[in-house]
Design a binder for this molecule. Structure first.
Ligand code: ADP
Length: 570
């Protein structure tokens, strides 16, 4: 059916239309011929009566006689001066033959009457001839009616077929159009993705070069602690950049597959803004940019919302503003309360800079993924063109809006409007709210580390041993369960459990430990470690009995803070 539909072309429909027209024309001509035959048969019927009447009253009419003679013969042979056709109907033909025969007899009788003989026989013959002509007219009419019915049927079928084919053609055309559009979309998406891949691989290569280059330099200066520290700092910088890049790509793929979920918790707005200013203070000073923050009329500092996502949006806006503002310029982050009722508070965050600005045309596409003002932007300023697409998706997910106002050469302003619920409780205590900069001391503490990757295990062990802890290492979930089950009560203060491991994964191992008949099975703190830092992963970890969850690569401060919060200390 589909193939057949595909072959259906407008040409085919045009041929069908011509056929219908030719058939209709032929039918009309045929009907015209039939009408003439009916008409002339009627003329023969009436005129014969007229002739007989005249002949009986001694008014011979040779002209009429000759005229009727010609018509009667033309009706059966189709040859004559009146353009008559031979009606292809057997009943009519039989009647015409009979009429022709009786017409000859009538002519003989007319001759006799003219010679002065009785007209009675002529009269009787004319009566029977009239009846015969009557039947012939009826037969011609019946035939003509049959032709009309037949033609209407055929025309209806042809027109119905034409309409059906026309509809099928339109359906197939619209399908083809849709398929073409889908193809175009897929091609565009794939083009954007491949452009993105080439951009991202360039972006990855830059910090990778930094890491490998600095590692090579560090190897040459193992005896020079100052040079070594400098190399390590640069490696750290490149690695953090690489990590943020990876997070952006992960966020974008989560957004595209609709898997982003908000984690709404009470948080302090002023604290969030201070944190952001704290993050950029040094950068602003290094770049000669004046960074200021204004916080107006915030009657409700405690709100409920996705603290992390809101920070991510504002950090991206401030980071862009700093990136695109040359030395001597200024960047301002402003938070304003625009409305508040008993339950909600509407906020407006504005990030204004005096940087290079954005053209009117690019402002239309600025929130689309992978878009950058110029191909040269990536070379000059770096970035992937994902930050604003991610930010605008988060803002939309939170039910807010994000807008841009800008003039090239003068500066840019991004405005984020959000309505958040008021919080009446204090800020929720999360692992990240611990005391910053606390020097952690884990002397005498024994920690069970479940990690299959040797380098990751070495990093975690070093970090823990650095603050005095003793580490027992297991290479998979099963080994961890075995080690824990034979340990005397109180041996371990916590378990660091990688989620993805061979033999038995971290989630299953946690379930197994919690189900053990061991005095510490229920209370031993288990901290999940995973590269998947999404909300649903953390939720899953909690559901499987983990007490906390840390994203890899491990951030030492957060590791120590989390351990301090959850650890059992006898
Ligand atoms: P990235 O910064 O990683 O390229 P973004 O999505 O954050 O990605 O930004 C996309 C583009 O928007 C940037 O490359 C830049 O061209 C433009 N842009 C964003 N913010 C500003 C700004 N404050 N001033 C000028 N241009 C900007």
């Amino acid at each position: 059916m589909k193939k057949w539909l595909k072959r259906l072309s407008p040409g085919f429909l045009a041929i069908l239309f011509c056929l219908i027209s030719i058939f209709a024309l032929m039918t009309m001509l045929h009907m015209q011929g039939n009408a003439r035959v009916i008409n002339y048969t009627g003329i023969v019927r009436g005129a014969t009566q007229q002739l007989v009447k005249q002949e009986m009253n001694s008014f011979p009419n040779d002209m009429l006689l000759a005229h009727l003679d010609g018509i009667v013969s033309e009706l059966s042979t189709g040859e004559g001066e009146n353009d008559l056709i031979v009606l292809p109907d057997k009943t009519y033909q039989a009647l015409i033959q009979q009429m022709q025969q009786e017409w000859s007899e009538l002519k003989v009788e007319i001759g006799r009457v003219r010679e002065g003989q009785s007209s009675r026989q002529l009269y009787e013959l004319s009566e029977s001839y009239f009846d015969l002509a009557n039947r012939a007219v009826s037969a011609a009419e019946r035939y003509s009616e049959m032709c009309v019915t037949h033609s209407i049927g055929v025309l209806l079928c042809l027109n119905g077929g034409f309409i059906i084919l026309f509809i099928l053609l339109r359906v197939s055309e619209s399908r083809q159009k849709k398929a073409k559009m889908a193809l175009d979309l897929a091609e565009n998406a794939s083009r954007a993705k491949s452009e993105f891949l080439s951009r991202i691989s360039h972006e990855i290569r830059t910090p990778m070069n930094g890491i490998t280059g600095m590692t090579a330099i560090a190897r040459r200066f193992v005896d020079d602690p100052e040079k070594m520290t400098d190399c390590l700092n640069k490696i750290d910088l490149s690695a953090s950049y690489l990590l943020s890049l990876l997070n952006d790509v992960l966020d974008m793929s989560k957004i595209e597959s609709g898997k982003i979920q908000l984690d709404e918790q009470p948080f302090d707005l002023t604290e969030l803004l201070n944190r952001i200013q704290g993050m950029f203070w040094q950068k602003a000073e290094d770049g000669g940019v004046i960074l200021s923050m204004r916080c107006e009329e915030l009657s409700v500092p405690q709100v409920i919302g996705d603290n992390l996502r809101i920070s991510q949006v504002l950090i991206n806006l401030v980071s862009n503003a700093m990136k695109f503002t040359p030395p001597g310029g200024s960047v301002t982050l402003e938070a304003r309360q625009t409305a508040a009722d008993e339950k909600t508070v509407s906020l407006e965050f504005t990030v204004t800079d005096t940087g290079i600005g954005i053209s009117e045309a690019f402002q239309q596409r600025i929130f689309d993924p992978f878009e950058q003002a110029q191909p040269a932007t990536a070379r000059q300023y770096g970035g992937t063109g994902l930050g604003l697409a991610i930010s605008s998706s988060f803002v939309k997910l939170m039910g807010g809006t994000i807008t841009v106002h800008s003039k090239p050469g003068e500066g840019t302003q991004f405005v984020v409007s959000l309505t958040l619920r008021r919080s009446f409780a204090g800020t929720a205590a999360g692992p990240q709210t611990g005391k910053d900069g606390t020097v952690c001391d884990l002397t005498g503490v024994r920690i069970l580390l479940a990690e299959d990757n040797a380098i990751n295990a070495e990093i975690a062990t070093l970090l823990l041993e650095d603050v005095g802890a003793r580490v027992d290492h297991a290479g998979n979930g099963k080994a961890t369960v075995d080690l824990f089950s034979v340990s005397p009560a109180g041996t371990f203060s916590a378990i660091l459990m990688d989620v993805q491991m061979p033999v038995m994964d971290g989630l299953k191992a946690t379930l197994a430990i919690r189900a053990l008949n061991h005095p510490d099975a229920g209370r031993i703190p288990i901290i999940g470690l995973s590269a998947n830092a999404f909300q649903e992963d953390m939720k899953k970890a909690r559901e499987h009995g983990m007490n906390a969850y840390l994203a890899k690569p491990l951030d030492p401060t957060r590791l120590y803070q989390t351990l301090e919060q959850v650890m059992i200390r006898e």
